[in-house]
Structures are given as C-alpha cells and as structure tokens.
Design a protein around this ligand. Structure first.
Ligand code: UT7
Length: 332
C-alpha cells in the first residue's frame, strides 16, 4: 500500500456528515477492566531488543513508560471475559441477566467464531446474542453506539467490551510501531433503566485506509505524522459535534476520555478545546495504546477513582485505522 498523503483539502472532507443519535435511554451501570500481569518498560526495546531508540525518546514523544504484554497462551477472549465479569459483578448482575454482548477488537482469537461468542461461553451468558465489531481504535465507540440502539428497543442489559492484544500486531524490529502498543480489556454494562443517559453519539469514517493498517498474518505499518495530523484534528472536532448535538458546552464536560494513542495528541487536543488536563483521563503512561481497549480501560480507571459520578457528563472519543473515529457523550 502507498502511504497516505494528507492535505488540508482532504482533511476538510473528514468533517462529516456523521451518523448521529441523540438521547438514548441506555445508562452505564458499571465498568470493569483487565490487563495481563507482565509489565514491559521502555528499556525492553533498548536493552533487550537493541532497537535504535531510547527510553527518553519514547517517553517524551509518546508519554508511554510501560505497557502490558499477554503471555503466548492468553487470547483476547480471556481478558475480555475477565473485564466483563468484573463489570457484571459491579453492576450487581449475573451473566444470565445479559442479553447482548458486543466485543470491539482487532485481535480476535479466531477468524470465526467471533470473540464475543467465546466471551459468552466463558461467562456462561447463554441467552445473550453476541457479535464483534472490528473498527480498530474507534471500535469501542462504535460498539457503544450499536448497543445503545438495541437498548432503545428490546434489550435490558448489554455488555460492551473493548479488547486488544496490540503486542501481536507489531514487528518488534520496527521502532516506529512496536513501542506504542500494549494489551488489555475494558468493559461496561449498559442498562435500559437507570439514572444516566447517552446524550449523543457521533461516528465518522473516511476510507483512508493506507496510513494505518495490519494485513492478515502481517505486521502493522503506520504513517505516524499522518495519524498525528488526523488525530489532533478529529479529537476536538468530535467533542464539539457531541456537545452541539446534546445542546451542552465543552465546559460542562466533567471528564474527557480520549483514545490513549499519544499523550501529546491528548494534550494538544485538550488545549484546543480549553479543557484542563485535570478533566482528562490519561493512563497511557502505564498501558500504552491498547487500541479498542483504550477507551473502556481509561473510563474504568477514572470511574473507580471517583473522577466522575452521577449526573456528570463524560465524553469518550476514539480514532484510528480506517480512518474511523467517533465519540459518545454520557450523562452518568
Ligand atoms: O491509534 C493511533 C496510533 N498511532 C498514533 O497515535 C501515532 C501518531 N503519531 C505520533 O504519535 C507521532 O507522529 C510519532 C510519535 C510517531 C512521531 O513523533 P514526532 O514528534 O512526530 O516525531 P517526528 O515526526 O519529528 O520524528 C519522526 C522521526 C522519524 O525519523 P526521521 O524520518 O525523521 O529520521 C522516525 O524514524 O522519529 C523516528 N522514530 C523514532 N526514533 C526513536 C520513530 N519511532 C522512533 C523511536 N525511537 N521509537
């Protein structure tokens, strides 16, 4: 594939139109997460792999200090099921209460069956319907939007999971990609009844596939600068779309949960929006970029830390390969 050339005129087309929805009755009842125990610090790439990089470069340019790598026998469905179990228990429910399981992942256990069906088996949630969404780092936002549409009609309880084993997608000889990605899972339980609401969702995709891709059986190629330009453009844009749709101001957002791709992307975008970093969920220093897991992992950590509570507005924004991006504005 040729690498993508990003021009300002191309970027102008990325503005819309999005697939938007307003005010779903779906509410987040609880969240959970799971990461593999092996911590891989930046020194691994310098000392053990002998790459032409440095701990200082990695930390300054990306904000990442360490990430998790799953053991070879661990599959996405294992940590996805752990995250889901945690969220279901915190919601005070049992797997038998769950009618819908959606897994967002780009690292499925198998081509078929879906990872969601494997999670269903591991949970024993036999009466649920289960399927995957493949949309890279924006997959969790797409999955939340999708689940909210089911909750608007026949489903009472759904589990939405973002899981990825990013360490399986990279060539460990490529310093431009392997330092970024880590493994993890996050999950939320959504209920049709409860205090909160989904105020707005906004999904976008541009079909610019070349700048970030992983061929089947191959390793990731990434045009870092093109992704940087794209990300710093669409992250603030998506937040503004969500706020406009919901009739709220950016100032009213209690917590912004952005995709954890690069701390400098997050800081640049937050500054453009006028959101101080105290109102932004950031955990990239400990987990790196976990693709579809990034949003629910950061959301779960922030909720457990009490950084947002009932009645607060929380904006989640994912972006990545596709190019595809999207956001969800929640009232907790
Ligand atoms: O889910 C989305 C995932 N992708 C991203 O979020 C990537 C977004 N892009 C970025 O985060 C940044 O563009 C990078 C961190 C990839 C690059 O940072 P930068 O501050 O934009 O660096 P730069 O463009 O000024 O420099 C890039 C240079 C290249 O060398 P040349 O071509 O200028 O000689 C790379 O080869 O940095 C080099 N480089 C590295 N050097 C040391 C790339 N990776 C490394 C590395 N260590 N690990």
């Amino acid at each position: 594939m040729e690498s993508l050339t990003v021009s300002n005129s191309t970027l102008a087309h990325w503005v819309g139109p999005p697939r938007r929805r307003r005010a779903h009755r779906a509410t987040i009842l609880a969240s959970g997460s799971a990461v593999p125990p092996l911590v891989v610090g930046n020194e691994f790439f310098v000392q053990e792999l002998g790459l032409n990089t440095s701990c200082q470069w990695i930390e300054e340019r990306t904000g990442i200090r360490e990430r998790r790598h799953a053991a070879p026998e661990v599959q996405a469905s294992d940590i996805a099921a752990d995250a889901a179990r945690c969220a279901i228990e915190r919601a005070g429910l049992t797997p038998q209460d769950i009618e819908l399981i959606i897994v967002a992942t780009s690292t499925p256990d198998y081509i078929m069956p879906s990872t969601a069906c494997l999670v269903q088996q591991k949970l024993g949630a036999r009466q649920a319907i289960a399927f995957d969404i493949v949309n890279a780092c924006s997959g969790f936002a797409y999955a939340l939007d999708c689940a909210a549409r089911y909750l608007a009609t026949e489903v009472e309880h759904a589990v939405v999971i973002g899981v990825d084993l990013g360490s399986r997608l990279v060539n460990f000889a490529d310093r431009g990609t392997c330092i970024f990605f880590g493994d993890g899972a996050g999950a939320v339980v959504l209920g049709a009844k409860g205090q909160g609401r989904i105020l707005a969702t906004a999904l976008f995709s541009s079909g610019d596939a070349e700048s970030l891709s992983v061929p089947i059986g191959g390793a990731m190629s990434m045009d870092g600068r093109a992704i940087w330009t794209f990300a710093t453009r669409v992250l603030p844009q998506t937040v503004r779309h969500l706020c406009a749709d919901a009739g709220v101001t950016v100032d009213q957002i209690k917590l912004l949960v952005p995709h954890q791709a690069n701390v400098n992307i997050i800081a640049t975008s937050a500054a453009e929006l006028g959101i101080p970093l105290e109102r932004v969920a950031i955990n990239i220093e400990r987990y790196g970029n976990t693709l579809a897991a990034s949003l629910p992992l950061a959301l779960d950590e922030a909720l457990q830390a009490g950084r947002a509570g009932p009645g607060d507005l929380v904006a989640l924004v994912g972006f990545g390969a596709g190019l595809a991006w999207g956001g969800v504005l929640l009232e907790l």
